[in-house]
Design a protein around this ligand. Structure first.
Ligand SMILES: *Cc1c(COP(=O)(O)O)cnc(C)c1O
Length: 371
């Protein structure tokens, strides 16, 4: 007979979470509803108002016939499609339940109690959460020029640093780190520090000096790029993202991911979406021309607009008596939901780029607010 476990008698003892977790603030999603507007224009979460490619919708619908089957745990078809379209090695790709999950898996595999994770200021908030859940220290590095600051990131390294995280384009600003600066950042890192490039908005960037990270993954053992179908591909609701990483890192992530972390509908829709390069180009093009139009209009009213390479923009109000909080209230009174953001001491408003008529509504409402 097995020995009886020692009895535990303290009925008043309480379950204890791991240190750090109870101190985390719950994630706050962009506002989605207004109490007095039935169908508000939600421009708070950088979703694509164009929606996904019709081919992605067809693939999703076709999947209704196979809902009783487990998805392909090896994610073969989607990895192959991403590899073909982006010219990457499919063996170094792993897909997940949004890039968020992949960031979590990466941190779980490489970061432990007492380690440092250096996180550039304007990156994905969940990197902090995952680092702290591991018992690590999340070290935030300011972006005074509104983009990752290479010298400050390198200065934040300690012997305990395991990972450096930047988003490029960053969020909520929309600025990217030019390739030469990215290379300088990587060159300054010891080989055992992982550089995680969160390239969620890479699909929108057309600048020739932009590097999403894939060319660094090839020759280096310590660079990881994550991408998502939530933004340009319009599949945020399905939750599907991917990671491109050196084989050794992919191997570790494969060991801890759940076998079916990317669901069948998401795999099918994302495969069709990534292969529809014409649709992606159309979305990219509309985003670019709409941002140029919005920027010109708002600047004309005296509103400050930060140049953006992504599908959202950051504004503030240099004129007296006008501020992001008031502007947000005014936009909401017009049925439009923006995202107020605090970048340290300063308040800004972040607004997703919508369809032309939606952007017209934003422009008109902001003109009205300025008057
Ligand atoms: C939207 C966004 C993501 C995407 O997350 P998913 O989990 O793939 O939806 C990642 N990083 C940043 C900075 C983002 O803004």
């Amino acid at each position: 007979m097995m020995p009886k476990p020692q009895s535990r008698t303290d009925a008043h003892a309480l379950p204890l979470p791991l240190p750090g977790i109870a101190g985390l603030a719950p994630y706050r999603q962009g506002k989605a509803t207004l109490s007095d507007v039935a169908e508000p224009l939600k421009l708070s979460s950088n979703e694509s108002m164009l929606g996904p490619s019709p081919r992605a919708i067809a693939a999703y619908q076709a999947c209704s016939k196979c809902l009783h089957l487990y998805p392909d745990g090896s994610q073969q078809a989607l990895r192959a499609a991403i590899g073909e379209v982006h010219g990457l090695d499919a063996d170094r790709i792993v897909c997940g339940n949004g890039s968020d999950e992949l960031i979590q898996l990466l941190i779980r595999a490489y970061v432990g109690p007492g380690d440092d994770v250096v996180i550039s200021q304007y990156s994905f908030a969940m990197a902090f959460v995952h680092a702290i859940a591991q018992g690590a220290n999340a070290v935030s590095v300011a972006e005074p020029q509104l983009r990752p600051d290479v010298d400050a990131l390198l200065a934040a390294l300690t012997p305990a640093t395991k990972m450096v995280v930047i988003a490029s384009p960053n969020n909520p600003v929309g600025q990217y780190l030019p390739r030469d600066e990215l290379l300088r950042l990587h060159a300054g890192l010891p080989g055992d520090v992982i550089l995680h490039l969160d390239s969620a908005y890479a699909d929108y960037v057309e600048a020739p000096d932009y590097e999403a990270g894939a060319t660094l993954v090839g020759p280096n053992e310590n660079v990881v790029m994550t991408r998502t179908f939530s933004k340009l591909y319009g599949l945020a609701g399905l939750r599907i993202g991917w990671m491109y990483a050196p084989t050794a890192i992919i191997d570790m992530v494969q060991r801890i991911r759940t076998p079916f972390n990317a669901n069948a509908a998401a795999l099918a829709a994302a495969e069709a979406a990534v292969r529809d390069t014409e649709y992606a180009e159309m979305v990219r093009e509309e985003n670019r021309t709409e941002f140029a139009r919005i920027s010109t209009a708002l600047t004309g009213f005296g509103i400050e607009v930060v140049p953006s390479a992504a599908n959202f923009y950051l504004i503030r109000f240099p004129m007296t008596g006008r501020d992001p909080v008031g502007a947000a209230q005014h936009l909401e009174s017009q049925g439009i939901i923006p995202r107020p953001v605090n970048t340290g001491p300063e308040a800004w408003l972040r607004i997703s780029i919508g369809r032309p008529q939606q952007n017209d509504r934003v422009i008109a409402a902001l003109q009205d607010y300025i008057r």
